[in-house]
Ligand binder design. Structure first.
Ligand code: ADP
Ligand code: MG
Length: 353
């Protein structure tokens, strides 16, 4: 099916957010609607896959209608659809992909499957379409802590990744240990504001001199042992100090490694994307470092950091513009393909406006 330039609808349902967004023919975001399932999963301290799938099913039509309404675009005006194909929870992905397939069939418009990671990467160009390539991209979310070099043709070459937990996972598990609930990142971010970053020191993994690898499992264990040793209920100001020290250990490593990747690659453009890029301390540190003019920074606005469908529509649109063929045989790909990226590479072609 051939893509005619026009509005594109993006759909995201890989985890615990049901999202839909509409971009206009130039790629500008007309609407970006996200229905969070946090209240569904909160009492379990993490995402329950079966509940996530059911919640997507209950919300998806409403979310899509809301996105179209906000964008003031009629269904029949849509020229293409983009949907997250994976990685993610199989049941959750099935809801988005099947909804998108039915809509594509009904409207007779092309549908393109998007890798969630490609979506996060595309978010760096949503607010800053002229951000130059090549650049370094740090993808930092609940499932990924990956450093890429993105080439002029859009190809992403993996430079380093976490050996164990992702940074977002470290935030979520740390918050759980501190009794701050789910999702942990925003909770730690909030509580840490009143804490002393130096009061409780935490280990920071840097690896070898030139290493661009990450590891957060030691940090997590350190928090567990510190809490066990105390064996008393922490006062709110102590929780704030723990949260601030723990957060500092994560964000300092993220900033140091990103700058090391810039130096090693002799580049001066850095994009930081994914849920953890919403962290206020990380944003402040990155902005501070970028202020001296040593590098140009693309840090997406908050609404594009955590899971959303505008980034999926944008990644899909870029591929459609490159003339990539669409297939109605589209199926879910729950497995994380970034694991094989060190051998191959994630190719995401981009068309600069
Ligand atoms: P996914 O990991 O499913 O792709 P997101 O990209 O939305 O989802 O990232 C979610 C992760 O981002 C969670 O681990 C969450 O704790 C983390 N996160 C969200 N906001 C913040 C924040 N302000 N500070 C730190 N981490 C955050
Ligand atoms: Mg995500």
């Amino acid at each position: 099916m051939v893509w005619k330039s026009g509005p594109i609808l993006g759909i995201e349902s890989s985890c615990d957010e049901t999202a839909a967004a509409v971009l206009d023919s130039n790629g500008a975001v007309l609407s970006n609607v996200v229905a969070s399932q946090h209240s569904v999963h909160e009492k379990f301290g993490g995402v329950v896959p079966e509940l996530a799938a059911r919640a997507h099913l209950g919300k998806i039509d409403l979310v899509v209608m809301h996105a179209l309404e906000k964008a003031q675009v009629e269904k029949r005006q849509l020229q293409a659809l983009a949907v997250t194909q994976g990685p993610g929870l199989a049941g959750a992905l099935l809801v988005g992909v099947n909804y998108a397939k039915a809509l594509s069939y009904g409207l007779g418009i092309p549908l393109i499957g998007v890798d969630h990671l490609q979506g996060h990467i595309a978010s760096a160009w949503l607010a800053d379409p002229t951000f130059p390539l090549p650049c370094i991209v740090l993808v930092v979310s609940g499932g990924h802590t990956h450093l890429y070099r993105r080439e002029t043709n859009g190809e992403c070459i993996l430079l380093g990744r976490t050996r164990d937990d992702a940074a977002g996972e470290a935030f979520d598990k740390g918050a759980q240990m501190l009794g701050l609930g789910y999702p942990g990142g925003p909770a730690i971010d909030q509580v840490a504001r009143t804490g002393d970053r130096q009061a409780v020191p935490f280990p920071r993994f840097y690896g070898g001199r030139e290493s661009l690898e990450f590891s957060f499992s030691g940090l997590k264990t350190s928090l567990l042992y510190k809490l066990r040793r105390l064996a008393v209920r922490l006062r709110p100001e102590q929780i704030a100090d723990f949260a601030a020290g723990y957060q500092e250990a994560i964000v300092q490593v993220l900033v140091t490694k990103s700058l090391a990747a810039l130096k090693q690659s002799r580049l001066s453009t850095l994009a930081v994307v994914g849920g953890v890029s919403a962290n206020s301390r990380l944003r402040a540190l990155l902005n501070e470092r970028a202020e001296d003019g040593q590098f140009r920074l693309s840090l997406p606005p908050m609404e594009f950091c955590t899971d959303n469908a505008a980034m999926i529509a944008s990644a899909g649109r870029q591929r459609l513009m490159c003339g990539e063929p669409c297939s109605s045989e589209l199926d879910i790909c729950p497995m994380d393909s970034s694991a094989t990226l060190s051998k191959t590479s994630l190719v995401t072609r981009v068309v600069q406006k």
